[in-house]
Design a protein around this ligand. Structure first.
Ligand SMILES: [Zn+2]
Length: 486
């Protein structure tokens, strides 16, 4: 996590009302929901139902966007003020249920005085007029500056560097985006288009998601883009967004998505969202990201001369698989990240196996060899070490990818392929469009297997050392003696 922008703090202090200081509540402080890896992420006392985010882009991706974020929430406890997560922008005004509200900033929180006590169960609307600054340090996440505009990459803790929010996947909500930009550009966001209107030199695009979404999965792309449409299984609208100049070059890759969707549906069941597609961003991100209904890929993945085609496709399947694991079923805490990445890696590897490139067993055997080292460097799969300060990306270590797919492999070895497939299908059905954690997975696995797997999975999920692999007594993990701390 990076520190609060000093600029934001100065701006907030300058505009905060002195009235708040006199209030009979303790001094504002950054709050969180107790995530073991990001203690100040999310906020207690309310449940966000919907975000309506209006962004105005002037055409220069180094200049802050003007924005209005409206949050419809329901109090879950008595509130005299509420904390939102927000940094990397200047707050101009805040209204609560239409009335001007006092506010102040502390840490990466925006603290709003509700003006009067809000009783549990009461609905309230908080409207924040603010800027959203894309010029933040690259490592902090949030806006990504592309060669022709902007895209977004908020995982894990960076949505609040773009808009005020309850920035934790445990609080999913419905999203509507309105993006105003010069009319020669194209804006696309999560969900389906609702409207486009032109006023003089600008156009406003509106997009709405049909299902609840975690803040970390928000996507807004603004640029010189071509929007390419095709149809996936059972009429699913597939929509890709690529730089206009790359339209033809990308087509062979884009054309693969319907087959990936069909393959995943055979494995796990119906795709859980209203649309899917690939967003190709001309930016060196160093990662791809499963932003909901429109996965973000860096252009270089598809143009790199040394990457085999099957490997690129397996990464496409990885981001698609997240739409079941991570997007529809969201983690309850960031220490449940293994459920996202372990499963996405599993289907990435399973696809490569089915396509005849590399067997799952050989990949898992290699993972087993490295597993003790990965655990020593990053912690066990379900209790990963916090990211290094200022390097949130360091949370995404091998132990949550192949090291966690290895947990699923061990489980399949233990309960058999039929029970394992049943577990996977029940997991994404039971927790569809909701939030679930490690204990839920252990419980469901035990239910499906018809015996208590708590002890078996405890070692695999929380052990410092990798347990013996069922069915492969000869597999060895190399001692972590010379492991480098990550
Ligand atoms: Zn992933």
């Amino acid at each position: 996590m990076s520190l609060t922008s000093p600029r934001l703090r100065a701006a907030l202090v300058a505009t905060a009302s002195a009235g708040l200081i006199a209030a009979a509540v303790p001094a504002p402080e950054p709050l969180g929901i107790g995530d073991p890896l990001f203690p100040h992420l999310g906020n207690p006392g309310y449940d966000v139902l919907a975000y309506d985010i209006a962004l105005t882009y002037g055409g220069d991706n180094r200049t802050p966007l003007d924005a209005v974020t409206r949050i419809d929430a329901r109090a879950t406890q008595r509130l005299e003020r509420l904390n939102l997560d927000f940094s990397h922008g200047t707050v101009k005004t805040v209204h609560v249920d239409g009335r001007p509200a006092d506010f102040t900033g502390t840490g990466e929180d925006l603290v709003v005085d509700t003006g009067r006590p809000v009783e549990p169960g009461t609905r309230l609307t908080v409207t924040v007029a603010h800027t959203s600054d894309p010029a933040a340090p690259k490592a902090s996440g949030g806006w990504i500056r592309t060669s022709d505009g902007l895209a977004m990459a908020n995982q894990a803790d960076a949505a609040h560097r773009v808009f005020p929010c309850n920035d934790h996947p445990a609080d999913k909500a419905y999203f509507t985006f309105h993006v105003t930009a010069p009319k020669d550009l194209v804006a696309v966001a999560n969900g389906l288009p609702v409207a486009r209107s032109v006023a003089g030199p600008t156009a406003t695009w509106t997009y709405r998601g049909v299902h609840p979404m975690a803040t970390e999965l928000a996507q807004v792309s603004i640029g010189r883009s071509a929007v390419v449409r095709r149809t996936g299984p059972h009429g699913l609208p597939v929509r890709d967004v690529v730089p206009v100049a790359d339209r033809e070059r990308m087509e062979p890759w884009l054309a693969k998505t319907p087959d990936h969707l069909r393959w995943m549906e055979r494995e796990i069941g119906r795709y859980p969202f209203e649309t899917y597609g690939v967003l190709v961003a001309d930016a060196a991100t160093g990662f791809e990201l499963e932003t909901q209904t429109l996965s973000l890929f860096e252009r270089g993945l598809f143009t790199h001369p040394d990457l085999p085609a099957w490997y690129i496709e397996s990464i496409m399947v990885h981001e698609l698989a997240h739409h079941w694991f991570g997007n529809s079923v969201s983690p309850r805490a960031w220490s449940d990240l293994w459920l996202n990445e372990g499963h996405a890696t599993w289907y990435e590897a399973r696809w490569a196996e089915d396509a005849g490139h590399r067997t799952l067993e050989s990949r898992m055997r290699e993972a087993y060899t490295a597993s003790d080292r990965w655990r020593a460097a990053g912690g066990p799969p379900a209790a990963p070490r916090p990211p290094a300060p200022g390097q949130k990306i360091s949370l995404f270590r091998p132990v949550v990818y192949d090291g966690s797919a290895l947990v699923l492999y061990a489980l399949r070895q233990e309960i058999g392929d039929t029970a394992f497939r049943e577990l996977e299908r029940r997991w994404v059905t039971r927790h569809a469009h909701a939030t679930a954690g490690t204990s839920d997975f252990v419980r469901l696995a035990s239910d499906v297997a018809g015996r208590d797997l708590t002890r078996f999975l405890r070692g695999w999920l929380y052990g410092e050392r990798t347990p013996a692999m069922p069915g492969h007594p000869d597999w060895r993990s190399k001692a972590p003696s010379n492991a480098k701390p990550a």
